[in-house]
Design a protein around this ligand. Structure first.
Ligand SMILES: [Zn+2]
Length: 115
């Protein structure tokens, strides 16, 4: 929980949302929300590895199975440093990274675990 007196409206992004202690209200579009809703939404929009651990930009991960990448194979156990998470997935792939010997590749969160 934050102690902020104002929260940005998740609907119109007005910065003047105010709370009565439970529900937040936007004075500009009259949208109402709770911090729990926001937290749930963020969880749904987050990036999670195969074990359900949240992934962040810059994390290091390990590939958990052999993956075809062009003509070569990224072996299970390959370590990947400094992943970049994509808000707009490329063909269902939501991680962009560089792997030695493979260059720039896209991975799915479901085939990696946090290192
Ligand atoms: Zn609003």
């Amino acid at each position: 929980m934050s102690d902020a007196i104002q929260q940005p409206c998740p609907k119109c992004e007005s910065p003047y949302g105010y709370t009565d202690g439970q529900t937040w209200t936007c004075p500009e579009c009259f949208h109402e929300w709770t911090l729990e809703e926001i937290a749930e939404e963020e969880a749904a929009n987050g990036f999670f590895d195969v074990n359900g651990n949240e992934l962040k930009d810059g994390d290091a991960v390990t590939v958990i199975k052999d993956l075809k990448a062009g003509g070569s194979t990224i072996k299970s156990g390959t370590k990947v440093k400094k992943i970049r998470l994509l808000d707009d997935p490329v063909n269902g792939h939501d991680i962009s990274c560089k792997i030695d010997g493979h260059g720039q590749v896209y991975l799915k969160c479901s085939v990696v675990k946090k290192a």
